[in-house]
Design a protein around this ligand. Structure first.
Ligand SMILES: [Zn+2]
Length: 163
């Protein structure tokens, strides 16, 4: 994806208030992120580990989500699969919950998905980050097809949040 600046990312948030979007943690090393290998950028707030964020480019527009991860899943050593990139981790998958946009969100409605806890799905798909033996299913899909599938899964999640 095209590199984004801090202000572009803050403006892209769709499911939190403007005040929160201004204050929330955005990585300082944006310039060093491997944008060429990213379909979306995800990060966690080091001060508040249950808060995660991601920004993707959909139809040429940046869309960012504020996520809460349930700590109930963290620390469990059972194998779980990320629903975005289909990487299996032992204890490295979290239930990420996003408030819905608009009225539905104000009424407390959320959408959840199991995702890699470090939100590094694009790097796992490309083999740039290793999740361990057996983490990736052997598939006959090409890399391009796996990337497209991950993007489609993320787009479907974002569509549910913004529906
Ligand atoms: Zn993943």
């Amino acid at each position: 994806m095209k590199p984004l600046t801090e202000s572009e990312i803050r403006r892209a948030f769709v499911n939190c208030g403007k005040g929160e979007a201004k204050r929330l943690h955005v990585p300082r090393d944006l310039a060093e992120r491997p944008w060429d290998d990213l379909d979306f950028l995800g990060w966690r707030d080091p001060q508040a580990p249950d808060r995660s964020y991601l920004v993707a480019e959909l139809d040429g527009r940046a869309v960012a989500l504020a996520l809460r991860s349930s700590s109930a899943v963290a620390g469990q050593a059972r194998l779980s699969m990320c629903s975005m990139c289909l990487t299996t981790h032992s204890g490295g998958v979290s239930l990420m919950v996003a408030a819905k946009t608009g009225k539905a969100g104000q009424q407390g409605n959320t959408v959840g998905a199991y995702m890699c806890s470090d939100l590094a799905c694009p790097l796992y798909v490309r083999g740039k980050k290793d999740a361990g033996v057996g983490a990736r299913l052997h598939e006959t899909l090409t890399l391009e097809e796996k990337i497209q599938r991950t993007v489609a899964n993320l787009a479907a999640f974002i569509a549910k949040v913004t529906a």
